[in-house]
Every structure is written in C-alpha cells, then in structure tokens.
Design a protein around this ligand. Structure first.
Ligand code: HEM
Length: 127
C-alpha cells in the first residue's frame, strides 16, 4: 500500500500537529472535568439543579463544548489516519470513509452545541 506523503506545512503535517496539540489540550480539560465532576463532587450531588447552576454562565458551556469538539475531531482525525493506512490515495473507499467521518463529526458537533447552548433551566421550572 502506498504511504500518504507528509510535506512540511501540508495538510497531513497539520493533521499530525493537530493530534499532538488536541491531545495536550484534552489532557488538561479532561483532568479538570474529572476533578470537578468526580472528585470534589460525586454522582450523588450531581442533579438537575447542579447542572442548571453550572450552566448559568457561558464558561462551563464553552468548556464542555471544547471537550466535545476536541475529543470528537481528535478521534475522527485519528481514525482518518488509520483509514489512510488501509486505503489507496484517490480511491473510492477513502472517499466514502472521509465523507462518513466528516458527516459524523459535523452532525455530532452541531447536536452537542445545540444541547449545550439551548439548555434553559427556567423552561423546565415553568412546566
Ligand atoms: C486526554 C485524552 C487523549 C490524549 C492525551 C490522546 C493522545 C493521543 C496522541 C498523542 C495520539 C498520536 C499518536 C501517534 O500519532 O502516534 C493519539 C492518536 C489517536 N487518538 Fe488520542 N488522545 C486522547 C483522547 C482520544 C479520544 C477521546 C479518542 C477517541 C474518541 C482518541 C482517538 C485516537 C485515535 C483514533 C488516534 C490515532 C491512532 C493511530 O494513528 O494509530 N484519542 N492520541
């Protein structure tokens, strides 16, 4: 199988760099998430009121969106690299996989952003 060429400053080099940068960012964000949600708080205290208070300001919504976007794009881009190892450049299977990976990425990023930014605790209180 022909290996994918990696030119400095080319798309594949940027993708390689992105895997490292997103991994470092994810490490910090995920450790912060674990500490806050599972060390100083626990599933006994995390309820609707906890989430409503957490999402009262945009900070935690943006924090959670960053984890979603970075983890999803990191995972899908890693999978794209694996697909490149097993498919021919310019071939049909590589195209099918790329369309699938981009579709999954865009749909779940939009869904996640919609959930995070449309959450309105007062809408439930009015019921
Ligand atoms: C703190 C979280 C994470 C860290 C520190 C991390 C770190 C890394 C690093 C450094 C690489 C590059 C390895 C290489 O190219 O040799 C990598 C690749 C990869 N990561 Fe992550 N990762 C994290 C989370 C995730 C998550 C959440 C997923 C899946 C949703 C994921 C899926 C992948 C995949 C599929 C690859 C490509 C593996 C390959 O090329 O063989 N990672 N990760």
């Amino acid at each position: 199988m022909q290996a994918t060429r990696v030119r400095p400053n080319g798309w594949e080099w940027l993708s390689w760099l992105y895997m490292r940068v997103s991994a470092v960012l994810l490490l910090g964000l995920v450790l912060g998430h674990l500490y806050i949600m599972h060390v100083i708080n626990s599933t006994d205290t995390i309820d609707f009121a906890f989430v409503a208070q957490r999402f009262a300001t945009p900070f935690w919504r943006v924090y959670d969106l960053l984890i979603l976007v970075l983890a999803l794009s990191h995972g899908l881009n890693g999978l794209r690299g694996i697909v490149n190892d097993y498919t021919r450049p310019g071939g049909g299977w590589r195209l099918v996989w790329n369309v699938g990976l981009w579709t999954v990425g865009l749909v779940f990023t939009l869904l996640g952003a919609l959930v995070l930014f449309s959450f309105d605790p007062s809408a439930f209180a009015r019921r």
